[in-house]
Design a protein around this ligand. Sequence first.
Ligand code: CP
Length: 340
Amino acid sequence: MSAAVSIRGRDVVTLDTFRAEELLHVVERARAMKAAPPEPRLQGRALAMVFFDPSLRTRTSFHIAFSTLGGAVVDMAAGRDLWPLEFREGVPMDGPADEHVRDAAAVLSEHADVLAIRSLARRRDWAQERRDMVIVSFQKHAQVPIFNMESVLDHPCQAWGDAMTLVEALGDVRGRKITLTWAWHPKARSLAVPQGVATMATKLGMDLTVAHPEGFPLDPGVRANLEHGARESGGSLRFVHDMRDGLADAEIVYAAPWGSIHHNHDPEAEAALRQRHVDWRVDATAMARTQDARFMHAMPIRRNVEADDAVVDAPGSLILEQAANRLHIQRALFCEVLGR
Ligand code: CP
């Protein structure tokens, strides 16, 4: 752990704003904290969480991480606990919204030391969606550090926890082969997890293959960042449109479902395109093409749809370690950002 590396006071909104040494510094702190009982480092501090979408792992890991370090937590579901919010600037608020995000963020900043927001994609044109308006608006108007608990574009705390799981499983991850494969899902799922994982893998110098069907690209801006990240780290990046090609010789298989950005605004067209690829399921035959790869998934996972039970429950599966490490990485991130 390098004492010279510090992320004190930073927002954790996109993983791309952090350097590889910062990612690894927090991973090492999380590993040290995992090995010892939690100390009351956040006594007198408060976390306010706002969920615009459901969550199991993120909600519990954030809440338990902060409270077991001695801090106070308030957990609010937008649509139930908050006044309806307006996000547009300078408009007459004569519609359904009772409060502007600039006031909500300012007030929460007075009460809490950290804000955390989850808001996933809706069904807008991708050019509009990719602005990630909810998290960006809170970030703009808050006076305290903001944590992204999954937004349209990124899920940085998931990817950070996955970096910890990879380091535990592989040691030095540079040059190790990871395949991020699209998996079929009955719903158009968010791009945040795959994009966060791909950002982490390229920053850490891994050899990343992204396998997805035609029509299911990552966001073009994220893809440009991945190419830059791989060049800087000495890692590599390739895209293929055949799962079996993508899995050949992989040491890690990371499965994730995601929707088509080309049809984000048109659910019927998106579903019709996605339905053509129900065979993108990680089964034992697909895993047999790898170098006895470990299997990863952020969860929730649709068993025997995204991946077979035989893969999910195999001894090489890391999915429970990933979920467990969300708690440890979150404790480390809170302590690092709050300078504790
Ligand atoms: N992986 C993850 O973020 O899980 P939740 O959606 O349950 O928080």
